[in-house]
Design a protein around this ligand. Structure first.
Ligand SMILES: [Zn+2]
Length: 266
């Protein structure tokens, strides 16, 4: 089963609440919403419980995007512990929402650490977060480490594959637009997409981000509307591979593009 949704509040409902956004997405035939905590986790626990109830009634699957200010491999231990706390708070709210996954941008490479050491720091933080979730009996929400779109960021296909092999409870979030930027436009055939799905799905439900992307020298510059010819390649790869997935549209056209994406799976 392939579900399609958007990140944030629908364009048609700019300035309105998450609950209203959820009902609207359900009305226009979409399946999912990623709740975005851009700077901080601003949603209160009671609100999260109420929004979760609306989502269940509207049959909209929820996910959470943790705040962007996160670096689990910083040279400064205070930044690492602050980052872990932001993810913990996101996990708590995700649990109250009944969200399936908490997506986060895990780390930047630094001068101090090699890429191998950066990997170990991210892994250590994830081990701690999994323990926290175990202790809090949080079982339905997964940790989602996002594939990132800049050369300075941790989160290549290979790094996420290794992380998943060592910590099966941590799921890669495959942001194909980030990958397309990072590899200078390498996603051009069904097989290009299928290869990534094989590397990262591990037969679990796959959480995907998709949009068009402007890039230069292996770095993302900005999100663009979805290129439907390119999206068809992903849709075909998903059908061939036969996996369950949620695809979150991050294009500037949000629900408009998401509705087009959804039409590939009807
Ligand atoms: Zn992201």
């Amino acid at each position: 089963m392939i579900k399609v949704g958007i990140a944030g509040v629908p364009l048609a409902l700019k300035g309105k609440s998450t609950g209203e956004g959820i009902k609207y997405l359900s009305d226009i035939g979409l399946d999912a919403l990623e709740v975005q905590f851009v700077r901080r986790v601003s949603m209160k626990e009671e609100t999260a419980l109420a929004v979760g109830e609306i989502a269940r009634k509207s049959k909209i699957d929820l996910s959470v995007h943790a705040p962007y200010m996160i670096n689990l491999a910083s040279e400064d231990p205070t930044i690492i512990s602050d980052s872990i706390n932001r993810i913990k708070l996101s996990v708590d709210r995700a649990n109250a929402l009944g969200a399936q996954i908490v997506v986060f941008h895990s780390a930047y490479y630094t001068k101090k650490y090699t890429k191998g050491e950066t990997f170990e720091l991210v892994k250590d933080a994830c081990v701690g977060l999994l323990e926290y979730m175990n202790d809090a009996h949080i079982t339905q929400t997964h940790l989602g480490v996002e594939l990132l779109g800049r050369q300075s960021q941790f989160g290549t296909v290979e790094e996420l594959q290794k992380l998943q092999q060592e910590l099966p409870r941590v799921r890669p979030v495959i942001d194909f637009s980030h990958l397309h930027a990072r590899c200078n436009g390498c996603l051009n055939t069904v097989e290009d997409f299928a290869r990534v799905l094989r590397a990262l799905s591990n037969r679990n439900h796959i959480h995907i981000h998709f949009s068009g992307i402007e890039f230069s020298k292996g770095n993302e510059r900005r999100h663009l509307p979805v290129d439907l010819n390119q999206f068809k390649l992903l849709a075909d790869a998903l059908k061939q591979y036969g996996c369950d997935a949620t695809i979150i549209c991050e294009s500037p056209l949000l629900e408009k593009d998401a509705a087009m994406m959804k039409s590939f799976f009807k």
